[in-house]
Design a protein around this ligand. Sequence first.
Ligand SMILES: Cc1cc2nc3c(=O)[nH]c(=O)nc-3n(C[C@H](O)[C@H](O)[C@H](O)COP(=O)(O)OP(=O)(O)OC[C@H]3O[C@@H](n4cnc5c(N)ncnc54)[C@H](O)[C@@H]3O)c2cc1C
Length: 404
Amino acid sequence: MGAGPGGVATALKLSYLGIPSVLIDKATFPRDKVCGDAISGKVTTLLNRLDPGILERFNRQAIQADVWGIRFVAPNNKELDIPFQPNYVRDAQAAPGYVARRYDFDNFLVEEARRRDNIQFLEGQAVQEYSRIDGGWQVSGEEGALQVEARMLIVADGAHSAFSRKVAGLERDFRHHAGAVRAYFSNVGGLSPDNFIELHFIRSVTPGYFWIFPLPGGFANVGLGMRSDILRRRKTNLRKALFEVIEGHPALRERFKNASLVGEVKGYGLPLGSKRRPLSGDHYMLVGDAGHLVDPLTGEGIGNAFYSGFIAAEQLQQCLAANDFSAGFLKAYDQRVGRVLGSEMRLSYQMQKMLSYPWLVNLLANLIAGNRRVVALLSGMYNDFALREQLVKPWFWLKMLWRR
Ligand SMILES: Cc1cc2nc3c(=O)[nH]c(=O)nc-3n(C[C@H](O)[C@H](O)[C@H](O)COP(=O)(O)OP(=O)(O)OC[C@H]3O[C@@H](n4cnc5c(N)ncnc54)[C@H](O)[C@@H]3O)c2cc1C
């Protein structure tokens, strides 16, 4: 249920395992999804592992900007460019990350699902009811428009999933949830030639961040996000805050002076994975945003939707082999997702708290800026979890300072 990245990843993985599925979405594709549109190496790694042909077809689409790193901008305006690889050679290798409008990227994924004979794709069909039946679930749409029975229900219907809330009992907890808005702009000045995505830590919107992610054709995805408990406490209107940043911040005002807003500013929720939640029950598994699996630091959710989808597909293979779809047997799914994503979520949560202190971000930016050795070391953090773990330890930074 749901043909976003989580649902399609599950269906594709099942398909390659030889297991047929029905993929249902209320939208007709292509459709928009409010997002920053950044696609991390997690996604490309998993697609490549499934079938390198998928990535080749993706690269032929030309819907994406190749991204080679991240620019962090501290509240004191200090800029840190941390490439994904220390000595990368642009054009000589595939890019480690991308930005592609979800309108295009999700449509590409859906097209991949359409290529597979053992995926039955039903679009434009909203699931409105789910009932437990003997040996599984029955889902149906309005006035019986849709009726599908399944031994396993994979719930991947996103951040507003009614199943997740009403059946699985995953209530929204505002301390572990974020709100964000995104807008498309043309002609933003000062974008990096290597399409570094930009994260700006600006005092007035701390502990959230403002982003600029370059898209092909001179466009950029621009947005602002913050934890929902803080948004509510401060009564922040994110749309207003976005324009206050663009118009009020001297450096950004200059960069946006010739830029034009394309379309509307749109907002949506991000259910963060900083609180561990149950992800399964009798004959069902929650995948992606429906399982609250968004990274609490970066807001990245596509990669985690992919991971959980792949794990769900492998778990279903086990269920079929054992003919056991019970909540008890499915605990293995929760455990595996916890093993794969849990430590990363915990670390991101620690870093989220750390970055909520502007003085600390300034201090770190001062320490790192201009220090090529530290920048090269930090380049490794994207792929090296042990190194990333060091970043929240004062001792690590003291050592860096000492060796300067
Ligand atoms: C402003 C913002 C910026 C973000 N930026 C990034 C980013 O840059 N990079 C990143 O990795 N993540 C980002 N995220 C998070 C990312 O968008 C999500 O984590 C990701 O889309 C989750 O994928 P999903 O498949 O679980 O859900 P979704 O992508 O939401 O897909 C759910 C699908 O279910 C369908 N559906 C819903 N209800 C029903 C129903 N009743 N019946 C049938 N179908 C239904 C929907 O039509 C939809 O197609 C951002 C989120 C926001 C809000």
